[in-house]
Design a binder for this molecule. Structure first.
Ligand code: PEP
Ligand code: MG
Length: 755
């Protein structure tokens, strides 16, 4: 083991001296002044300075030994400017025997630094954030050794904790955090709604309060015990994962295990303890260094692995401090807005809904499970908020708009005022929708349009009464599977379906059988790598190839529906033969239940989703053997235009309101009407007012949408003259335009139809 050695006493002696200074009851500024003097003496340097991140992200000289004292709180550099700014920007140390020769050198006459040639500077890092820069300078062309750089980095680790604890608020009159600039981001809206609240980190940062070891041997013992504990818990999780098939989480756990046994990582932790840090401070220090190194790597593999290593370091810190893993286990402040890198759907459900006002993720896409659940819970959510975690502090004020993706961290008073107005407007609109709750969705010319909600979890059920919807037009059964840690057993499946039927009372519920595959992956299921997962082995294709899985689910549905109407719908039917086979499996299960003397559903209704264009051309064969059909416009659109629904580059390329797609939908309506088979549509388009208006114009009389859309769509329906619009649309199908959107929007505006 090679330990850093310093000219006069090394870091252990210096750390001991620092501990004494930190225990003194002096002001933050006095303490910092003493510390720079002490560091300069220990490192035999003529200058030692500390720059801290201050207002508007500038680096401000906070303390110096050797430079002109008048420059303190006067000299400022931008991040990226000069050598100090470069160290802050790159989070990398610099070791220069001829600093003025460096291309980034920026001369600041007020500091009086002319005579100093050599410079060694290190970032002051904490939890992935740069708080400032610590540097020493000498007159001579001194070559600082690697050990000296390492010693200065260890000292910076201690300084980081001192700075983060707010020690220096007295120096500047305001807490550093409050002096940080506002951050405005255009992220991605994932769940509609406006929220202003305070930041709560989903994974709370661990506050290392003991930094300098009193007894190195005891610290080594604590570190070893924590490493053993962490390894044992990873092994236990892997063991559990084994019992639940293979999956993505297993790969992550394997990565944890690999790092937990990585010789280099462990050696560096042990070395940091031997130099005089506590076990916790050693973890922080090694993680800071690793993070900087991995972020510099060009190899995406290593940058990806950084997430795993961060998680592992946090786990180790939790073993040392006994802190809880996620904020859901803590008392939340009023109006909490949860910030996370990513989050599983089940993790969001762990929170006390009454206290969560919003969620912001650094990852996250509209089809992610957590977004679906946020919409069901009516929690505004924004995703793809790049680098927000490193810039936010718990308790910061944050404002978000879940419709537009607009995000303001530490908003200015003006922004808060705008958001207050938005909130008031939102509340007003909600009150308007709420008042309409028990009113029917009938057009001005007396056409009744059934408005149903899409659902999939227990949390969705209250929405049925709250929105006054006619029923559940699409119950996505796969959601229960996606949020569960293990495959739900027959009893659990049946229990959920029964609760749904009971909650719906006399309203209808359409259960869609499992639509897995594509972007719907089970945490515990096998991972099939497919070139085109959306067009791959998914939904009914899996159900027919693995009939035991589908029959198991059908059994649960039949058991749950005893004495009630059971409506079952099959997803991704591409040809009539598939529907016939699926229906045969349903009847096998019905026969089985009957044979076993079970109480049966009062009636069975079997339907197919129209999501694959091929089925549109077999409607005359399908409809006579169907009780109902429902268009899945999300998938139908992607297959119709050959446009991957998860590819953001193509999101706006084709329009749902194109004459070609609308004409196909009209063909479906006409055929279903001619055959007298009930038809609905349950894709996201049903929830957008203009699209919903077009659907009514085409002839749809039942549509199913996210619960939050019921109010706006009902308001639109009640202001519409359906036959007039239908007549207008008949003329538009032949237009060669890219989209009928402008024409339809103009019609709505001319007829005062609220969108
Ligand atoms: C659809 O494809 O339109 C649909 C409702 O199903 P999902 O979004 O669950 O694929
Ligand atoms: Mg679909």
């Amino acid at each position: 083991m090679t330990l850093p050695t310093l000219p006069s006493g090394g870091p252990r002696l210096l750390l001991r001296q620092m501990r004494e200074v930190m225990a003194e009851g002096v002001s933050g500024q006095e303490r910092l002044d003493k510390l720079v003097r002490m560091i300069a003496a220990n490192m035999v340097a003529e200058v030692c300075s500390v720059y801290l991140l201050a207002e508007a992200g500038d680096l401000e000289l906070f303390a110096t030994e050797g430079l002109n004292p008048a420059a303190v709180h006067a000299t400022r550099l931008k991040v990226g400017e000069g050598l100090v700014g470069t160290i802050a920007e790159t989070a990398e140390s610099l070791n220069l025997s001829d600093a003025p020769a460096h291309p980034k050198f920026a001369y600041r006459p007020e500091t009086g630094e002319d005579p100093y040639r050599s410079l060694m500077g290190v970032p002051i890092l904490r939890a992935g954030r740069t708080l400032g820069v610590l540097l020493v300078q000498n007159r001579t062309h001194r070559h600082y050794t690697d050990d000296e750089v390492e010693a200065l980095e260890i000292i910076a680790t201690v300084l980081a904790e001192v700075v983060a604890s707010g020690e220096f608020s007295a120096a500047s009159g305001v807490a550093l955090r409050e002096r940080l600039a506002p951050v405005n981001l255009h992220a991605t809206g994932l769940a509609d709604g406006i929220a202003v609240g305070v930041v709560v980190l989903h994974e709370p940062r661990i506050h290392v309060t003991r930094l300098i070891a009193e007894d190195v041997e005891a610290e080594t013992g604590r570190l070893e015990a924590a490493i053993d504990g962490m390894r044992a818990s990873i092994d236990a999780m892997l063991h559990e994962a084994d019992a639940n098939l293979a999956g993505e989480s297993r790969d992550v756990l394997e990565a944890y295990r690999m790092f937990a046994h990585d010789g280099g990582w462990l050696r560096r932790l042990r070395e940091a303890v031997v130099t005089g840090l506590t076990a916790e401070a050693a973890v922080e220090r090694v993680q800071n260094e690793t993070r900087a190194r991995m972020l510099r790597s060009k190899d995406p593999y290593w940058r990806e692995r950084l997430h795993d290593l961060e998680d592992l370091a946090n786990r180790l810190l939790r073993h040392l401090t006994g802190d809880v893993a996620t904020a859901s286990k803590q008392a939340l402040p009023e109006g909490a807005i949860i910030l996370a890198r990513s989050m599983g759907g089940a993790e969001l459900l762990d929170y006390d809904r009454s206290r969560v006002r919003g969620v912001v993720l650094e990852d996250g896409t509209p089809t992610s499970h957590v977004a679906i659940i946020a919409r069901a819970l009516d929690i505004p959510m924004v995703g793809r908020a790049e680098r927000l975690l490193e810039r936010a502090e718990p308790g910061d004020l944050i404002a978000l708009d879940g419709a537009t993706g607009e995000l303001h961290l530490r908003p200015t008073a003006d922004v808060v005022r705008v958001f207050d107005e938005k909130l008031a407007l939102h509340a007003q609109r909600r009150a308007q929708f709420h008042a309409l709750r028990n009113e029917p969705a009938i057009t001005l010319d007396g056409v009744h349009v059934r408005l149903n909600i899409n659902a999939g979890l227990m949390v969705d059920l209250p929405n049925l009464d709250e929105t006054g919807a006619d029923g559940i037009g699409l119950f996505r059964t796969e959601l229960q599977f996606m949020v569960a840690p293990t495959m739900p057993r027959l009893k659990a499946q049946a229990a959920l379906y029964r609760r749904v039927i009971e909650a719906a009372r006399d309203k209808s519920v359409v259960f869609r059988t499992l639509d897995l595959g594509g972007d719907k992956i089970l945490p515990y299921g096998p991972r099939n790598v497919e070139a085109n997962p959306a067009m791959g082995w998914r939904a009914l294709r899996i159900g027919l190839d693995r009939p035991s899985l589908l029959r198991y689910q059908l059994r649960a549905l039949i058991a749950a529906a005893e004495g009630h109407v059971l409506s079952v719908m099959f997803p991704m039917v591409a040809e009539v033969a598939e529907f016939v086979e699926a229906r045969r499996l349903l009847h096998m299960e019905l026969d089985r239940a009957q044979g076993a003397g079970k109480r049966m559903p009062s009636a069975i209704r079997v339907g197919a989703m129209i999501e694959v264009p091929s089925l549109v051309w077999q409607l005359d064969q399908l409809l006579p053997i169907c009780d109902f059909v429902s268009v899945g416009s999300n998938d139908l659109m992607q297959f119709f235009f050959a446009v991957d629904r998860s590819n953001p580059r193509l999101t706006d390329r084709y329009d749902l309101l194109s004459p070609s797609l609308l004409r196909m939908l009209r063909h479906v309506v006409e055929t279903a009407d001619r055959r007298g088979v009930p038809l609905g549509l349950c894709g996201e388009m049903a929830g957008r007012t203009l699209e919903a208006m077009a659907l009514v114009g085409i002839g749809f009389r039942a549509i199913s949408m996210p619960p939050a859309s019921i109010g706006p769509v009902k308001l639109m329906v009640r202001s519409l003259h359906a036959s007039e619009l239908q007549a207008l649309m008949e003329e538009l199908y032949d237009e060669p335009e890219h989209s009928l959107r402008p024409r339809l929007a103009a019609y709505a505006s001319e007829h005062n139809i609220p969108l």
